[in-house]
Design a binder for this molecule. Structure first.
Ligand SMILES: [Zn+2]
Length: 238
């Protein structure tokens, strides 16, 4: 099989969730140093109330400020990075995301001056990136690896031929499936995704980054099948 076709099948292009606004870009080494600068509770420097989120935005007196340092996405939502950053309480994450987004939404600041509005846009963008990165296992795993200086490129392929052949087999099954067979394939793939997430959790917990990377690449293949199953339509059958 042509390499291009293989790459296209298994590595569909992902929306780049880790894309901070230009003004918020910062090196990871600096962001790690900044983690201690957002300890809670943090008071508003203008009216002294305890701020409801880890962000420098006060709904009481409408004080808003750019972040001095960019906190890790976990820190931004006051979620623990230790002992295992892959383990995220997603209901807590959602609650904190909605809370932060409500306070920093640019619309809320539209009547509080151009500068405040611009700062709110930057904070809101950062909150959005943090949310889309942490809420799903694949971008979360990629983010954690990236914090270790490990990136997954499209050229990164597994040497596990048995796994790759299983993936290709499921792809083929999906291409030839009837409408009633697609949910069964998707369910089976979902179970595989859960198993792979358990592996990633274990390897991240052990700080075994090479194994965590290999498991994340596997998850990427499985995620490709999930997307293909979601997008499956009878008229797309070959
Ligand atoms: Zn205030």
């Amino acid at each position: 099989m042509a390499r291009l076709a293989f790459s296209r099948l298994c590595f569909p292009r992902y929306h780049n969730t880790f894309n901070p606004a230009p003004s918020l870009r910062i090196s990871f080494s600096t962001s790690r140093l900044a983690q201690n600068s957002l300890q809670q509770p943090r008071r508003c420097p203008k009216c002294s109330i305890i701020l409801p989120t880890a962000l420098p935005a006060c709904p009481n007196c409408h004080y808003i400020s750019q972040l001095d340092n960019i906190p890790s996405y976990h820190k931004l939502f006051q979620l623990p990075f230790e002992p295992n950053p892959f383990v995220v309480d997603t209901s807590k994450l959602k609650r904190r995301y909605l809370e932060a987004q409500k306070i920093c939404h640019p619309d809320t600041w539209a009547t509080h001056g151009t500068e405040s509005h611009k700062i709110a846009e930057g904070l809101s963008h950062h909150i959005g990136s943090a949310w889309t990165t942490l809420k799903d296992p694949l971008p979360r795993a990629e983010y954690i690896l990236k914090l270790q200086g490990i990136e997954i490129a499209e050229e990164d392929q597994l040497e596990d031929l048995e796994f790759i052949s299983e993936i290709m087999q499921v792809r083929e099954e999906l291409e030839n499936a009837t409408p009633s067979e697609v949910p069964k394939i998707a369910d089976k793939n979902h179970d595989e995704i859960l198993k792979m997430c358990k592996d990633i959790e274990k390897f991240v917990g052990e700080r075994d980054w090479e194994k965590a990377k290999a498991a994340t690449i596997r998850l990427k293949y499985l995620d490709g099948i999930k997307r293909a199953a979601n997008e499956w339509r009878p008229d797309l059958r070959q």
